[in-house]
Design a protein around this ligand. Structure first.
Ligand code: PMP
Length: 441
């Protein structure tokens, strides 16, 4: 393959050096630092449609979409105009406004929930939903799955995705995966393997009466893409039998895999659902919701406290409303995203095979991960067997050719409405060259 000319990244390098002086690791969220793939993270100056422009003026074909929110593409006219229109009327009231009502009506209708509370991030959504589950059930333990990520609240940084790997014992007890989380907190979080229905059944039989909630990613994005088996989905439903609440973390999958999220796709009936990302259309919004009987435990109606200075912020609500309205008014959109991503998966598999590089591609809807291993990959433990050095080299090949893939083996990429045939062809030719380069290295 022709060696890609190394792009000029002088301004990004200067900004990264300045950033490291004043911000830990130079970034405000860890994966952005390119730690696992190396090289200089690109500082982004602007974004439009499927493309980013970095601080040096390089154009990048974007597969991150701000890690999910930008399903309509960057700088979408309807979303931009809604934000600008809202800004004219004031940027924060600290009092309720009509947009919160309209967005709550829309979200409950699309997702089959009865009541919803808005917060400002996915982390807050899961943290608050768990407090609610504990308040509602009067139980203190929660159960999560190895390699699922639910934001960075203390009790959720236990076997949380691409970070530290420690193994839970057969009673589900595990060590925290971050410094600063007391073992006493981590001790309240039980962990078992994703896609292992027998392990889930056994843990529920042993400790279900103490467990307030089972929280899970219905389709995992944070270990790379993992699809739940029907047997696992059935075991999730069984886990509710003793009064444990089922919490679907749809921060990534909500409004992405379908208007009704993975819940709709998999015919799941959780007690509570958490959202983030798309629900705010690129502005900071999270939410949690479910049936009224449970949600009425939230203050001021009920005894579970949860609040936020910027909750229901008018600009953020405007972006969410414009995004969800645009999704609902374009019934063919999810089919088009699916078709693009399926052709991408097939093209990538062919390019890898032609170069003699072994990969396993997991895809659902517009989410996809290329695992550098033979597969199958159904759990974090499987994903962890990937050749991360090969992934890093391939990632650098893609970036040098102007394709901005997720900078970690253990992440999903996200396809949006602005990805069309030209983008698919450009991606596949970059991928072909990058696989060849990897084989020859
Ligand atoms: N849950 C899931 C499934 C996520 O993917 C994420 C973020 N990637 C979160 C929770 C946390 O959301 P936020 O980063 O908005 O706090």
């Amino acid at each position: 393959p022709t060696q890609a000319a190394p792009p000029i990244t002088t301004v990004s390098q200067e900004l990264f050096a300045r950033a490291r002086q004043v911000t830990p690791g130079g970034v405000n969220s860890p994966v952005r630092a390119f730690k696992s793939v190396g090289g200089t993270p690109r500082f982004i100056a602007s974004a439009d449609g499927a493309y980013l422009t970095d601080a040096d003026g390089n154009t990048l074909l974007d597969y991150i979409g701000s890690w999910g929110p930008m399903i309509l593409g960057h700088n979408h006219a309807g979303v931009r105009e809604a934000i600008l229109e809202a800004a004219v009327h004031g940027t924060s009231f600290g009092a309720p406004g009509w947009r919160e009502v309209a967005l709550a009506e829309l979200v409950t209708r699309l997702t089959g929930t009865q009541k919803v509370r808005f917060v400002s991030s996915g982390t807050e959504a899961t943290m608050s939903a768990l407090r609610l589950a504990r308040g509602f059930t009067g139980r203190k333990y929660i159960l999560k799955f190895r390699g699922n990520y639910h934001g960075h609240a203390d009790g959720l940084l236990v076997e949380a995705g691409s970070g530290l790997m420690t193994n839970a014992d057969d009673l589900g007890q595990a060590a925290p995966s971050s410094a600063g989380v007391p073992p006493e907190y981590a001790g309240l979080t039980l962990v078992t393997e994703y896609n292992d229905p027998a392990a889930l059944d056994a843990l529920m039989a042993a400790r279900g009466h103490e467990i307030a909630a089972v929280i899970f990613e219905p389709v995992v994005g944070n270990a790379g893409v993992l699809l739940p088996t029907p047997e696992f989905v059935a075991a999730l439903h069984r886990s509710r039998e003793g009064g444990t609440l089922l919490i679907a973390d749809e921060v990534m999958t909500g409004f992405r895999l379908a208007l009704g999220g993975a819940t709709e796709l998999l015919h799941l009936t959780p007690d509570l659902i958490c959202w983030g990302k798309i629900i705010g259309g690129g502005l900071p919004v999270g939410a949690y919701g479910g049936r009224a009987e449970v949600m009425e435990y939230v203050s001021p109606q009920g005894p579970v406290y949860q609040a936020g200075t910027l909750s229901g912020n008018p600009l953020a609500m405007a972006a969410g409303l414009a995004t969800l309205t645009a999704l609902e008014s374009d019934p063919g959109l999810y089919g088009r995203l699916e078709s693009y991503t399926e052709r991408l998966a097939q093209g990538l598999a062919q390019a890898a095979a032609d170069a003699g590089v072994t990969v396993c591609i997991n895809r659902v809807g517009s989410m996809l991960t290329v695992f550098f291993q033979a597969g199958p990959v159904a759990s974090y433990t499987d994903a962890a067997r990937s050749d991360t050095a090969a992934f890093a080299a391939w990632f650098q090949g893609m970036l040098a050719r102007g394709v901005y893939w997720a900078p970690s083996q253990f992440e999903s990429i996200f396809v949006g409405a602005a990805h069309n045939d030209a983008e698919l062809n450009a991606t596949l030719s970059a991928a072909r060259a990058s696989f060849q380069e990897l084989k020859e290295a």
